[in-house]
Design a protein around this ligand. Sequence first.
Ligand code: PLP
Length: 395
Amino acid sequence: MLQTQLEGHPLVYLDSAATGLKSRQVIEAMASFLTHSDAPIHRAAYATSQRATELYHAGRSKVQHLIGARSPTEVIFTRGTTDSINLLAASIAQARLRPGDEVWVSAMEHHSNLVPWQMACKASGARLRCIPMDAHGNLQLTAFPPQTRILAVSHIGNVTGTVNPIEQLAQMAHQVGAWLVVDGAQAVGHRPIDVQALNCDFYAFSGHKMGGPTGIGVLYGREELLNLLPPTRGGGDMVETVTFEATSYAELPLKFEPGTPMTAEAIGLGAAVDYLNAIGLDNIHRHEQQLLSQAHSLLEPIDGLRILGTPAERAGLISCTVDGVHPLDLATLLSCRGVAIRSGHLCAQPTMAHFGISGCWRISFGPYTTQEDLELFGEALHWAIGRIKKGQQDF
Ligand code: PLP
């Protein structure tokens, strides 16, 4: 991908918050598995099946160590962040929410960490409430009422890049006996994550945003809480015994993983973890912070450009608008110069409403993003804004 051309120009990829590019190691691990070891796991007696089963579970333990979970049983494989939160919200709606209970979601959530909770509240009669955000894009935290059962907050906001104070939120949740669910889609792969140090109860993320494949994600949960929750999806592999009258479920993590799992994807995810560890997550974080300050110096002088939010701590992404320039026009023109950025509401319509806009554009970084990428982006941005403004004058 880094050697690919976009509209005849070398690709400048600044959309890692939407999906991360996959390293050669990830591609090769998946290709090698599919070429030499492909077999159904957990089921067959032949050697390739056993080898495939080992490789699949090795992927799980790599993820366990990446996030500091106590045991592999706390790592549930899902199809992505969205799937993880849907699974969790549906199970919590059944087992833990009653009329009068409250679920608090922040004002900066991606739709993935809002809509499933709306559904859970609708199903259970609980009430959905909003943790407000100030003009800088920081959460405004005050004590939660005793009827709070769930706080669901992103670790890093996908519009403002705000790094939320997860340890503090965990303390506030636990003070009222609530569980803290963290949407870590924008955090994993960009900085070291330790779920025990964060003290969260659940943590959801996607493989494809951390340089792994699409189609796989993770729901981390404390083992004692996962044991309390019922599965909401049934089928093969997640059961102990089945009769027409009743079914007993398998132990964690299989209880939440019905059906033939994403074997090649779990192996690719394990390879992505190896790749991140080889570079070092501290190094990746430092690198993205350097790019962030370069991006600030490049964007701030531009006439009419507004950066959404000035949070206390920002991760490696910036969303902007430019007066009189439609985000889609800008993204389309940039694409003509080989620059890939995201535009639109970024799956965060309430956040757009907070800033009084319907859409914006965003640049975001990964470990492979270079200073030169940002220089090329800067030149293309000036050219595109100039062209749009000139077009308006001529018109
Ligand atoms: N949460 C956040 C903060 C995100 O940025 C995204 C994707 O952009 C998601 C959730 C959803 O991730 P996925 O589409 O991989 O399920």
